[in-house]
Design a protein around this ligand. Structure first.
Ligand code: ADP
Ligand code: NA
Length: 332
């Protein structure tokens, strides 16, 4: 039996959004209160699967760390560090590259989305990304991973790799990880198109709320969010074919700590002319303190580096003995 341990990560590739906050950061902080060991990582080695300007990457890694802390991740209670500082990730990723099958990787839809039409020009790293993600998780024998729905397929792959390693070497060495995909905002959608996820890679800045947006920008984006002309329905069922309306209700629910059904019950029959300003006020009241705290933390980059360095030491202390055993099991 493996003792419960949570691992998750975020890429420091810039432009964190409300989707990253509600789908990941907020929940990372909540997990600290559940008496489970929590390990969180800025995954810079994932970020460079697409070329990153070195100075910007360094800056974005600190900004990502500030976002974690401003969202409530406490570096004293959680291990918070930067992936490239703990070499166990890269070492285990190579071994997992030799366990994972090409056929499995070929089925990864995120690679297809991110590589786009010219997949031949994508980096080998972008293709192998899910094996590195499996290594991130398994280097700590993590048992649970809180993520958004977009990561479900990658977590399935992590389970497959762990099971195949265990089978091929006749050991019960790696746990079979459970995804924690829960809450109202497992998939925050674009404010301009309710069928696309809110993402930093969307060309329209109006489609997303950035963690660095000020109160005016947040309110303006919500006011201009795409909706249909109908008022809010009496029951959740009435949102079935209304993805934009459903998204705003989900965002409200996640920000308020309510269920979508509770939001509908409170706002049945409301026009968007009424509901949007309410949502904007709520979003500003939740997000503004986070932005302010991020900006404050960014004034002292040396302190952020110190926190990440201390986190890396603690991460290394867990991962190194696991890697030692992996080398032993594999005959290396
Ligand atoms: P991105 O998908 O923006 O490139 P990452 O891959 O680093 O960012 O994802 C970081 C975390 O944020 C993951 O747990 C992912 O599931 C979550 N996440 C990203 N976008 C959204 C979204 N629109 N809604 C909910 N969760 C999201
Ligand atoms: Na993602």
């Amino acid at each position: 039996a493996f003792s419960p341990r949570i691992f998750s990560g975020i890429q420091p590739s810039g432009g964190l959004t409300l989707g990253n906050y509600l789908g990941a950061l907020k929940r990372f902080a909540e997990k600290q209160d559940e008496g489970i060991e929590t390990i969180y990582c800025l995954v810079d080695m994932h970020a460079i699967t697409v070329w990153q300007d070195p100075a910007k990457l360094r800056q974005q890694t600190r900004e990502g760390a500030a976002a974690f802390i401003a969202s409530g991740v406490d570096p004293a209670r959680s291990i918070l560090f930067n992936q490239s500082q703990v070499s166990a990730h890269a070492e285990l990723a190579w071994i997992f590259n030799c366990v994972a099958r090409l056929g499995w990787m070929n089925r990864m839809t995120q690679f297809k989305d991110k590589a786009g039409k010219n997949a031949e020009a994508a980096s080998l790293g972008l293709y192998a990304y899910p094996a590195l993600m499996a290594a991130d998780i398994m280097a700590y024998h993590a048992t649970h991973v809180p993520v958004g729905e977009d990561q479900k397929q990658h977590l399935e792959l992590t389970r497959d790799i762990a099971a195949k390693f265990n089978h091929d070497y006749g050991v019960e060495f790696f746990p079979i990880v459970e995804p924690l995909i829960e809450g109202a905002a497992t998939r925050v959608m674009s404010l301009r198109d309710g069928t696309k996820k809110m993402s930093k890679s969307d060309p329209s800045d109006q489609s997303r709320i950035n963690l660095t947006d000020d109160a005016d920008a947040i309110a303006a984006k919500i006011r201009k969010a795409k909706t249909d002309p109908e008022p809010l329905p009496d029951t959740l069922d009435g949102l079935k074919d209304r993805p934009e309306a459903r998204n705003l209700v989900n965002i409200y629910a996640a920000l308020a700590g309510m269920t979508a059904a509770e939001v509908i019950a409170q706002n049945a029959g409301a026009q968007f002319g009424t509901f949007k300003p309410k949502l904007a006020d709520l979003a500003v009241s939740v997000m503004s303190p986070i932005t302010t705290e991020m900006n404050r933390l960014m004034q002292d980059p040396a302190e952020i580096d110190r926190i990440l360095g201390a986190g890396a030491d603690r991460a290394e202390a867990i991962a190194r003995p696991i890697l030692d055993q992996v080398y032993d099991i594999t005959g290396m």
